[in-house]
Every structure is written in C-alpha cells, then in structure tokens.
Design a protein around this ligand. Structure first.
Ligand code: SF4
Length: 265
C-alpha cells in the first residue's frame, strides 16, 4: 500500500511590509503589502522586473513601517505567512491588505486557501492588484476579495495585448459587486485608438467604473528591463486623452504613482 501524500500549500514571495498605497482608488491608504513572486507578462514599463522569477529568499518586515526586514527561504508555508500578517496587523494602522506582485493570480490555488483564513484573522478588507489577464484564476478567489485594481495593458505602451481577458476579468469583478477600478499606463507613444477601445471595453461593463490614467514613470537605466525608451506623456496629451475617454466613461482620473514621490516601497 502506498502512503497518501498531501501537498502543503506554499507561496513564493518577494516581500511583506506595511506602506502607503500609491496608485488608484486606494491611494493614500495604509496597507499590509504581500508581494508575490512570478509574472507571466513582460510589460515594457515594468518597475517590478525583480518579481518575474522567484528568488531563493524573501524579505519580511518585522514591525509595520520600520523596515526591519528579516530574510527567509522560499517557498513559504501558508501558516507562516498568516503569522507574519498577524504580526503586521497592529491595532488601527491598516486599512486593507494588498495582494501585489508580480502577478498574484499565478498563486490562485494558494490564495483560495489563504484568503479566507487571513480575512477571519485580521478582519481587514482584501485588495487585489492584477494584470487582468487571468480570468479563470480570478474566478477562483473572487469570493474572498473586496476590491480589485485591474490593469488594462495598451499594446502601444506595454507591448502586451489581452483585450478579451481584460473584458472577462472586469465583468467578473463588477458582477461580483467588488469595488473595481481600471488602471491604464500612458506614455508619449500611446495610440489613441487603443484608448477608445479601452473606454468602450469598460463602458460595456459599466460606464461608472473609475478609470485611472497613470502617466508612466520613466525608469532609471539600472532598473530598465527593456532597451525601449518610454517617455511620460506631455501635459497636452494627458488633457486631451482624459477628455476623449470621458465621452464614454463617467470617471477618468489622471494620477501618477504617488508612492515614488513619498519614497515608499
Ligand atoms: S504585469 Fe506588472 S509585474 Fe508583470 S511585467 Fe507587467 S508591470 Fe511587471
């Protein structure tokens, strides 16, 4: 007789820390960030290329906001991650937990087990940041989410093209009554026909869904993952594109990455 083996759920992490959210609808709020390793996209503007592959170790902040990181070996067992989040969750500091990456949905089977437990342990709302290209994995964890920040990748800026998957992910989130918003990175090279297509895609789900146009933050040469030069849009382009998208959508907001200005992680 062969012994039955059970696989213990584990995650490959980059870091866990407490910081101020710098993007989208939750901007300015305090979150416990769980940054997952691995991403299957290769956006030209990626500022998290260090997450594309799983490192052998991850960095865990001991005290919220003190940057007193410990190093631990990957992968991390589920109960250990629960302990770390509980340690971060000191009374009244945090507004929510942010699942970020990389692409957190590549850990969907782990999240399906982890999220109900972390929710009952902390009582904090759960916010997912996703590239919006994995509807099957999103469907697996929808019941445990409160809000979703979904990227809509413009081929002219990101080099990636996932229109159908974006539409599916947005509809899934909206139909589940989650607090959902869309983030679109724009640069001088943005093709306006892609902005029109994006506006129509969002409006087809609901014209009430907020869309954040986020001017690209040009990366220092040392952090660039591609030889392509990406320039921030001009003030005129930003004004024009916001007005253009408002033909179809009620809320189009232009907000840059504020955490970089605040020197957050
Ligand atoms: S989805 Fe995010 S982490 Fe992945 S390549 Fe694009 S910007 Fe980078």
């Amino acid at each position: 007789m062969t012994a039955k083996t059970t696989v213990k759920p584990t995650a490959r992490l980059i870091e866990v820390f407490s910081a101020i959210q710098g993007e989208g609808l939750n901007v300015g709020t305090r979150q416990i960030f769980i940054r997952f390793a691995l991403c299957d996209l290769r956006c030209h503007f990626c500022d998290s290329a260090h997450t594309w592959n799983a490192p052998s170790t991850c960095k865990i902040e001991r005290t919220p906001g003190l940057r007193d990181f410990e190093e631990h070996s990957n992968p991390i067992p589920l109960p250990i991650l629960l302990e770390w989040v509980e340690r971060q969750n000191q009374p009244s500091i945090h507004d929510s937990i942010s699942l970020t990456g990389g692409e957190p949905l590549l850990h969907a089977p782990f999240l399906e087990l982890f999220l109900p437990q972390v929710r009952s342990l902390t009582n904090l709302p759960i916010y997912l940041e996703t590239g919006g290209h994995r509807p099957e994995q999103l469907a697996m964890i929808l019941p445990y989410l409160d809000s979703v920040g979904m990227d809509l990748k413009l081929p002219s800026v990101s080099g990636e093209s996932y229109w159908q998957e974006h539409a599916q992910c947005l509809k899934l989130s909206y139909d589940s009554h989650l607090n959902v918003f869309v983030k679109i990175i724009i640069s001088q090279q943005t093709d306006p026909t892609e902005l029109e297509r994006s506006a129509l895609l969002v409006a087809a789900v609901s014209p009430d869904i907020p869309v954040f146009l986020q001017p690209v933050t040009p990366l220092p040469v040392s952090e660039k993952s591609t030889a392509k030069t990406i320039l921030a849009p001009t003030p005129d382009q930003v004004l024009h594109w916001q007005a253009f998208m408002k033909r179809w959508l009620k809320r189009v907001l232009v907000v840059p990455q504020t955490h970089k200005m605040l020197n957050q992680l």
